[in-house]
Write a protein that binds this ligand. Structure first.
Ligand code: ATP
Length: 323
């Protein structure tokens, strides 16, 4: 039976979101459904900025970062009153199911809306990779590669001048990007929100790196680590005579979000879009579409809402072994 479905992007934008929107729309249209886009995430659901999307509306976007629908953070959606306004707008347009492309907070919002009786399917998309229902999420691969390119470049200049560098990557609560880009970039040390750092121990590691003949020392710091770039630079500056070397810091910030989505992210997002449409077809609602062991599958939102995926302790150990 023909369905009317809507799609939105919420929370932090992630490279590959456009590919996911395109896939939801085109997989829906191929079934004879009517597809709508909600602009500015849950905010647009509350204000009613919902428009029909045709196949041409999602043309020429697969290679673009960001999201053509826009994204937003919306405090009002956390309230029952806010969500009731959203429901009214969805019902007014005769929309029967909603696809929410976003991270942890967004999928908690999806769960809350689904609990109020509206059919919702989530798509795992955040550069933090902290969603329980998916091994990897849309945007992570691109963000990691951007961080890695910056690390590789800094290493070149660090080697030429025998300077220590700190590079701060995104991750307020989750150190996934710092850990993985640190391993891939051959960092001498990594600081994470999840692991306590002793700056004195870190200085010893860096000094040992020089003594073992390394021409550079590179620390990858997560922005949410206790010792992020600012705190580490402050510590090293205050102790520079004693430690015997100076340190420079670079903060990557939002540069990591804006990249052209990698092939992996475009393909993952296209598969997730199909996964969401198939879930709607089966009338399987209140679930998140993710990937586990190379298999696109669904996990109940109830098991995801309010939870965060933890870093693998074996990978943290590996980073320590390889530094
Ligand atoms: P990222 O981590 O990649 O930035 P995210 O989806 O986790 O993405 P958040 O800012 O945490 O981003 O959440 C996005 C939006 O989801 C919030 O602005 C809010 O509208 C909605 N949301 C978050 N938590 C809840 C909640 N408990 N109930 C209802 N809606 C929520």
């Amino acid at each position: 039976m023909a369905k009317r479905i809507a799609v939105l992007t919420s929370g932090g934008d992630a490279p590959g979101m456009n590919a996911a929107i395109r896939s939801v729309v085109r997989c829906g249209l191929s079934r004879g459904w009517v597809t709508y886009g909600v602009y500015s995430g849950f905010k647009g659901l509350i204000s009613g900025t919902i428009e029909q999307l045709t196949t041409r509306d999602v043309g020429g976007v697969i290679q673009r970062g960001g999201t053509l629908l826009g994204s937003a953070r919306c405090e009002e959606f956390k309230t029952v009153d806010g969500r009731e306004l959203a429901l009214r707008n969805l019902n007014q347009k005769g929309i029967e199911a909603l696809v929410v492309i976003g991270g942890n907070g967004s999928q908690t919002g999806s769960y809350e809306l689904n609990m109020m009786g509206f059919p919702v399917v989530g798509i795992a998309s955040t550069i933090d990779n902290d969603l329980v229902g998916s091994d990897i999420t849309i945007g992570v691969d691109t963000a990691l590669n951007i961080a890695l390119e910056a690390i590789d470049r800094l290493k070149v200049t660090a080697s030429s001048h025998q300077r220590a560098f700190i590079i701060e990557v995104m991750g307020r609560k989750c150190g996934y990007i710092a850990l993985m880009s640190g391993i891939a970039g051959g960092a001498e040390a990594i600081t994470l929100p999840e692991v306590k750092t002793d700056p004195e121990e870190l200085a010893v590691t860096l000094r040992a790196a020089y003594e073992h003949g390394k021409s550079h020392a590179l620390i990858v710091a997560a922005e949410g680590a206790e010792y992020n770039a600012a705190k580490l630079a402050e510590y090293f500056y205050a102790n520079k005579e004693r430690l015997g070397f100076s340190i420079r810091s670079t903060i990557l910030g939002h540069v990591q979000r804006g990249g052209t989505p990698s092939a992996y992210d475009r393909i993952l997002a296209s598969k997730f879009g199909l996964g969401a449409v198939e879930a709607i077809e089966r009338e399987e609602y209140g679930v998140l579409v993710g990937i586990k062991g190379n298999q696109v599958l669904t996990t109940p939102l109830e098991e995801i809402a309010g939870k965060t995926k933890q870093l693998d302790p074996a990978v943290i150990q590996l980073a320590k072994t390889l530094d």
